[in-house]
Design a protein around this ligand. Structure first.
Ligand code: COA
Length: 299
C-alpha cells in the first residue's frame, strides 16, 4: 500500500466492554504476577532478574545493569497504572522469569494530543528465549492497558520490527578515556567505540576524546523551584516535532529533580532559565572480567 493511501487515525474502533477480563493463558508451571515498584522485595526481584537477563550486546560480552534506585525511579512514574508492571513467575519457586511494564503518557501526534500506553522494559529469562513468551507478555500488557480505555501504545526497539513511525540515532562519546581503556584493553576495541580511522594510535584516540574546557555563565544544578520553567522551556522546544511527549508538572518533577546516582539536571540561568540539560546513568558490566563502566544518557 502506498503511504498516501494510509488513512491517519485509529486502526480500528475497540470497545472497552469487549476486552477480555481475565489474563491470557500461560504455559503450564508458570503464573502471572503484578509487581509493585514501591515494594522493596519486588524491586530486589526485578533488579536480580534484569541484572542477569536484560539487554546484552551481540556476543553477550556486555550487559546493561540497572541499580535498584534507578529501577524505583523509572518504575514509579506518576502515570504508572497499578497493574501495568506485569511479571511471569515459575509457579513453584516464584522465580521471576519474564517482565513487561508500561505507563500512560500524553503524546501529541501532528498536534493531536492522545493518551497512550508507553512500554518500558521487556525481558525474558535467557533459558526461556525463543519460546514465544514475548507475544504473550505483550498481549497481556495490551489487555491491561485497554481495560483503562487506552487503545494506542508506543514502544521502542533496537531491532527492526514493522512498521516504525520514528527512527532514533544514538550518538556516543567517551568522557573518561583511561577508564574505558581499562574495560576495553585493546586498541581495536577502543577504535570501534570511537569509530575512527582504523589506523589511529591510542594517543590520537585519547586526544580526540579530550573534553573542552568550558565555563558557562549561570550554569547550576536544578532545584525543585525550577520545574515549571523547565517544563515550559522543554514543551516549547518539543513543539517542532511531529510526535512528542507533553511534560506535565508532575511528570517533570519526577523525571528531572536530581537523585544521586540516578538522574542529574542542570540549568543555565540568565534572567530566567534559558537552557536545560538532564541525564540519567546506567552501568554496563563485562561478563568475563566483571569490570563496569557507566554511560550517561541525555534526556
Ligand atoms: C527481547 C526478548 C524479550 C525477546 O525474547 P525472545 O525469546 O527472543 O522472543 P520470543 O520467542 O519470546 O518471541 C518472538 C516474537 O517476539 C517479537 N519480539 C522480539 N523482541 C521484541 C521487542 N523488543 N519488542 C516487541 N516484540 C519483540 C519477535 O518479533 C517475535 O514475534 P513475530 O514472530 O511475530 O515476529 C528477549 O530477547 C530479551 O529479554 N532480551 C533482553 C532484553 C531486551 O533486549 N529487551 C528489549 C529491549 S528493546
Amino acid at each position: 500500500m502506498q503511504e498516501k493511501d494510509i488513512k491517519e487515525g485509529e486502526i480500528m474502533k475497540i470497545k472497552t466492554e469487549d476486552i477480555r477480563k481475565t489474563p491470557y493463558m500461560l504455559p503450564e508451571r508458570f503464573e502471572w504476577c503484578t509487581l509493585d515498584p514501591h515494594n522493596d522485595e519486588d524491586i530486589s526481584a526485578i533488579h536480580e532478574f534484569m541484572k542477569n537477563h536484560y539487554f546484552e550486546n551481540p556476543g553477550n560480552l556486555l550487559r546493561m545493569y540497572y541499580s535498584k534506585n534507578f529501577l524505583k525511579w523509572i518504575l514509579t512514574l506518576p502515570n504508572e497504572s497499578k497493574d501495568w508492571l506485569v511479571g511471569v513467575k515459575v509457579e513453584k519457586s516464584k522465580l521471576l522469569v519474564g517482565m513487561i511494564n508500561g505507563f500512560s503518557s500524553n503524546i501529541s501526534i501532528k498536534g493531536k494530543m492522545m493518551k497512550m500506553g508507553v512500554v518500558g522494559f521487556l525481558c525474558v529469562h535467557t533459558k526461556l528465549r525463543k519460546k514465544r513468551l514475548t507475544p504473550v507478555l505483550i498481549k497481556e500488557l495490551k489487555r491491561r492497558i485497554a481495560l483503562n480505555n487506552i487503545h494506542q501504545a508506543a514502544y521502542n526497539v533496537y531491532k527492526f520490527l514493522p512498521t516504525p513511525i520514528c527512527v532514533a540515532k544514538w550518538w556516543q562519546r567517551i568522557i573518561n578515556f583511561k577508564k574505558m581503556h581499562e574495560v576495553f584493553p585493546t586498541a581495536e576495541a577502543m577504535r570501534n567505540l570511537i569509530s575512527s580511522d582504523p589506523k589511529s594510535s591510542l594517543k590520537v584516540l585519547e586526544k580526540a576524546c579530550k573534553l573542552p574546557n568550558v565555563n558557562i555563565k549561570g550554569f547550576r544544578k536544578m532545584t525543585n523551584d525550577d520545574v515549571n520553567e523547565i517544563n515550559k522551556l522543554l514543551n516549547n522546544y518539543l513543539q517542532k516535532y511531529t510526535i512528542r511527549l507533553n511534560f506535565t508538572e508532575e511528570m517533570g518533577r519526577h523525571m528531572f529533580i536530581p537523585r544521586e546516582g540516578v538522574i542529574e539536571s542542570y540549568v543555565v540561568e540568565d534572567r530566567g532559565i534559558t537552557d536545560f540539560i538532564s541525564f540519567f546513568t546506567i552501568s554496563y558490566r563485562m561478563s568475563g572480567t566483571g569490570l563496569e563502566y557507566k554511560v550517561i544518557y541525555y534526556i
